[in-house]
Design a protein around this ligand. Structure first.
Ligand SMILES: Nc1nc2c([nH]c(=O)n2[C@H]2C[C@H](O)[C@@H](COP(=O)(O)OP(=O)(O)OP(=O)(O)O)O2)c(=O)[nH]1
Length: 158
């Protein structure tokens, strides 16, 4: 893709455009006891359809990140999560939106995974063996790599 994710300079207007509101997104990094983590593919009809990401979605009015994550993972995957541990926040300036990704780690959930939006899922280690990866998702792989002392490419298809 030609879009370059970047850390936006505050809420500055984009070239030729009006001010863009920041869209908050809650994203869950579900980690199993064996260390593998869950990635899902974006459903048809959404921007970046078919790209792999961590599950989550936009906050609705009045929601906290944790509330939104609990709702989204129930809606999309049919699971009930326990505590969501705030981890990293990343601002990404896409052509379609300026998004603030609020990544949380989740170690506890109940229920069997159901792909309620006909997405695909994969439990992955590093490097990923699925792709392409959403631009705003790539840094997460680097953070996981740093925590795990993993060196080398974290994915093969961007
Ligand atoms: N869920 C998720 N979204 C991500 C990741 N990385 C990344 O750049 N994004 C971006 C893509 C989208 O611009 C935005 C999430 O919006 P979305 O369209 O998936 O949210 P949603 O499920 O609430 O969508 P909708 O109901 O409006 O269709 O965040 C990621 O790892 N996970």
């Amino acid at each position: 893709m030609t879009s370059t994710p970047l850390v936006a300079d505050g809420d500055r207007p984009r070239e030729g455009g009006a001010d863009r509101a920041v869209v908050d997104v809650a994203v869950g990094v579900l980690i199993r006891p064996d260390g593998r983590f869950l990635v899902t593919s974006r459903p048809e009809g959404k921007v970046y359809a078919g790209y792999w990401e961590f599950p989550g979605g936009k906050l609705e009015a009045g929601e906290t990140v944790e509330q939104a994550l609990r709702r989204e993972l129930h809606e999309e995957l049919g699971i009930a999560i326990g505590a969501a541990e705030p981890w990293k926040v990343e601002l990404v300036d896409y052509p379609h939106a300026l998004v603030r990704l609020n990544f949380c780690k989740v170690f506890d959930w109940t229920g069997e995974l159901q792909m309620r939006e006909a997405q695909s899922f994969a439990w992955q280690g590093l490097p990923l063996d699925v792709g392409p990866v959403l631009p705003g998702t790539v840094p997460v792989l680097g953070w996981l790599a740093a925590e795990r002392g993993f060196e080398g490419a974290t994915f093969s298809v961007a």
